[in-house]
Write a protein that binds this ligand. Structure first.
Ligand code: MN
Length: 409
């Protein structure tokens, strides 16, 4: 049975207010073609379908159009789980309707492991694969908050809760193992030792609850993870992987190769695993360094292998403030305006110990590149310059997380 593992589409994502629709459409077209060419039978999507809980109609259309097209291919089953960016109710709203097309949606966690255990059968009705489709586990899924607990206790509770959730499948999957039916698990979490980009939201406050490869039951023949946007193995375990996002979601991912994994299961085992590179239609590019170097890099930038204009982030290193810096950069960018659009212009780094007030003010002005937490920290620093803010910031992060969680419905 041939399976394709992908995650973190983040449909509807914007980068500095620019839509990614064309890039997502390009990816989804490629994915549909790949499913056909590779004769994929099962598609696993491990969370963060949408970038936010209330996706735009454009994002919803991308999603449903893709599902409709894939239903007309050789792909017999699609399993979609919710990520920390997804709204459980948005994903689950069409659950019963999609079930009619063999599209299984698990938007949020259930206390009963059988609700997340999906049996996939061949056209002839023969059982071929079992999938433990675990979505992102919210704090309330792993155990209710305990008032007054310390940060360490909380971390331990979340870790144990996640490990227990996977462990709960073990008694239910023995029958598959006995019949040589492969068992795959899905998950949307931050595994210990993983390498993050800048575009993942903190999953639990301070990225707590990281579990290692050894905490996944050994009965799983493959673990298809989502959340980290860079493709990677967990603790060098060949069969526990993040597929990463299909498009770079931030400038910190400019050097990453974007991939999907194709898995072949034979005789109840993972027999083969291949990585397919996703073609890129828009390059994100970072120019950073001394002014001459940056100007030279821009002048030499070649966008001929990409169909869309590149988006750039730029930061110049200077020895002293340069009054006509912006003018110099504008001139050089003008020569490349068809190929390159400047999205983020970070304030120059002045290579000396003290900065003038003016430079500090300029740095504060770029609100769109700061997170909520950065803004809060800056406010603390200006109001109470001599205090330690770590506890206040931790409390603020906890509040942010509570705000992002949906009310129970
Ligand atoms: Mn994500």
């Amino acid at each position: 049975m041939r399976v394709l593992h992908t995650s973190d589409w983040h449909l509807g994502q914007r980068l500095v207010n620019l839509e990614r629709t064309e890039e997502h459409q390009h990816f989804l077209n490629w994915l549909q073609q790949t499913i056909e060419q590779e004769q994929v039978e099962v598609l696993l999507m491990s969370g963060d379908v949408f970038d936010n809980g209330a996706p735009s109609n454009t994002a919803l259309k991308l999603y449903y159009d893709f599902l409709r097209k894939v239903c007309a291919t050789c792909c017999r089953h699609i399993i979609i789980t919710g990520g920390n960016h997804d709204s459980i109710s948005t994903l689950n709203a069409p659950k019963e309707l999609l079930e009619c097309f063999n599209i299984h949606v698990i938007g949020g966690a259930s206390p009963d492991p059988l609700d997340e255990l999906i049996e996939l059968r061949s056209e002839e009705g023969e059982l071929r694969l079992a999938v433990c489709a675990v979505p992102f586990l919210r704090d309330r899924d792993v155990r209710l908050s305990v008032p007054g607990e310390t940060a360490d206790e909380r971390e331990q509770r979340i870790k144990q809760g996640i490990a227990d959730h996977y462990q709960a499948f073990v008694p239910h999957i023995q029958k598959y193992k006995a019949q040589s039916i492969p068992v795959v698990a899905m998950g949307h979490l931050f595994a210990a030792g993983g390498s993050a980009s800048e575009s993942e939201k903190e999953i639990h406050v301070g990225n707590l609850g990281q579990i290692g490869a050894d905490q996944f039951p050994k009965e799983f023949d493959y673990v298809a993870l989502g959340h980290l946007h860079r493709p990677q193995l967990v603790n060098k375990a060949h069969h526990i992987r993040y597929s990463g996002s299909p498009i770079p979601l931030s400038f910190s991912e400019v050097t990453d190769t974007k991939v999907v994994f194709i898995l072949d299961f034979e005789a109840g085992k993972l027999a083969d695993l291949r990585e397919l590179e996703i073609p890129c239609c828009r390059k994100l590019v970072r120019f950073k360094g001394p002014l001459d170097k940056v100007k030279n890099q821009i002048a030499l930038y070649d966008n001929s292998t990409y169909t869309l204009q590149a988006w750039a982030e730029l930061q110049v290193e200077l020895e002293a403030p340069l009054p006509d810096l912006n003018q110099q950069l504008e001139e050089i960018l003008k020569l490349k305006e068809k190929e390159l659009q400047l999205l983020i212009h970070r304030p120059p780094i002045i290579q000396r110990a003290t900065q003038t007030l003016e430079q500090q003010v300029q740095e504060e002005a770029d609100l769109h590149i700061l997170s909520e937490k950065d803004v809060f920290l800056k406010r603390c620093e200006s109001a109470f310059p001599d205090s330690d803010h770590s506890e206040l910031v931790a409390t603020f992060s906890e509040l942010l997380e509570l705000m992002r969680e949906e009310p129970e419905s």
